[in-house]
Ligand binder design. Structure first.
Ligand code: ATP
Ligand code: MG
Length: 357
């Protein structure tokens, strides 16, 4: 019998609604696979916790998460709490302390769904973005000068270390190789950013020499964003810095059907620390409490979690079940053109899992 431990942070807004489905999925996986079981522990760290305690998580929060195999996060953020608190005091410390330096985001058009691009010759939309998750443009270094004068200025430093850049680029090549992909595209902007981006390009070229079977290209971020729309079939693995990856993946989510579907993994490939899986959407206060959030992004994130834990067949099965329910087309949440609730969408996928498992 294999046991995996999962720390679950349902969070705010629609986070707890979609995570309720996520928890039933963990249960269902244990039911259909006799040799595997999840022990999940839930942590109530969110914006309400912040308003009561003056912090997003207790002082020993990270230590308490540390022993788990994986972390599952719903969504964090609430109208009364600024993002620089909710994000900087919960999500970023987890990503950074646990060296989750890979943010993995599949951009894949699921069977049964419409893309704004479908029918325009882009039937095959299936690639993955590897976003650097610990440094780059989101460095927290910089400051303001001459505040309150006409000469006021703000500076923000980009930090690209050789260590951090090499490891993310190497991960992207390894992923391409392991998944039998032949093309790697690196986002750059070395025609405009003349210190960090040429450094990034150099490292891409250095590492590419070790992967002669993979066709490597460096494409400027502006052109690359356009290609995501005009010829998305040209990509297998795309590797990008923290900011560029952030922008590209929201764009990617839009071309494959929207935020309700888009999953992500914050991965520590060495498994020294727990990795964290989360839908890329936020707490969506506009629809929170109505029970209509799409749980597919969360279910797909759990499928990625299974891959990470080495349970690839199960991960594949969960994704297949999502697609089969979408192809059938009877149960859909409003964001993808239906009337179903979060619970109904979740139950339909779980029922498929029990049928198949
Ligand atoms: P936050 O401040 O936490 O980032 P937000 O207001 O930016 O929240 P997001 O969650 O990022 O909201 O999503 C933007 C919009 O996309 C939401 O307002 C919502 O309408 C829609 N959306 C996001 N996630 C889902 C989902 N799972 N199901 C349906 N619609 C969603
Ligand atoms: Mg948001």
């Amino acid at each position: 019998m294999k046991y995996f431990s999962a720390a679950v942070i349902p969070g705010d807004g629609i986070g707890p609604e979609v995570m309720e489905v996520g928890m039933s999925l963990l249960q269902a996986i244990g039911d259909i696979h006799g040799g595997l079981s999840f022990e999940a522990e839930s942590f109530p760290w969110n914006c309400r916790y912040y308003l009561q305690h003056g912090r997003m998580m207790p002082e020993d929060g990270l230590e308490r998460l540390r022993p788990f195999d994986v972390i599952l996060l719903g969504a964090i953020g609430a109208p009364g709490v600024p993002d620089h608190i909710s994000v900087w005091e919960l999500i970023l410390p987890i990503r950074r302390s646990f060296q989750q330096y890979v943010n993995l985001r599949p951009i894949k058009l699921l069977r049964g769904l419409e893309s704004p691009l479908r029918g325009k010759g882009h039937e095959h939309l299936d690639f993955v973005v590897v976003r650097e998750n610990t440094e780059g443009e989101y460095s927290n270094m910089g400051g303001r000068l001459h505040v309150g004068t006409p000469y006021e200025m703000a500076m923000q430093n980009n930090v690209f270390t050789r260590y951090g850049t090499e490891r993310i680029i190497r991960y992207a090549f390894e992923l391409a190789q392991a998944t039998g992909k032949t093309r790697l595209t690196a986002a750059t902007k070395s025609n405009g950013i003349n210190h960090s981006m040429p450094f990034w390009d150099e490292i891409v070229k250095e590492i590419s020499l070790h992967y002669p079977n993979i066709q490597t290209s460096l494409i400027h971020i502006d052109a690359l964003a356009a290609f995501f729309v005009s010829r998305p079939e040209a990509f297998d693995v795309v590797v990008a810095s923290n900011l560029f990856g952030d922008i590209l993946t929201d764009l990617g989510a839009a071309v494959v059907g929207g935020l309700g579907l888009a999953p992500s993994g914050n991965i520590n490939p060495e498994k020294t620390y727990p990795s964290m899986f989360e839908p890329i959407h936020g707490s969506a206060p506009d629809i929170a409490g109505r029970g209509i959030a799409n749980p597919i992004a969360t279910i797909w994130s759990i499928s990625m979690m299974l891959d990470h834990l080495g349970e690839r067949e199960l991960g594949r099965l969960v994704l297949d079940c999502i697609e089969e329910v979408l192809v059938e087309g009877k149960v859909r949440t409003p964001d993808i053109g239906g009337k179903a609730t979060t619970q109904e969408m979740g139950k339909a996928i779980l029922a498929q899992l029990y049928r198949r498992g």
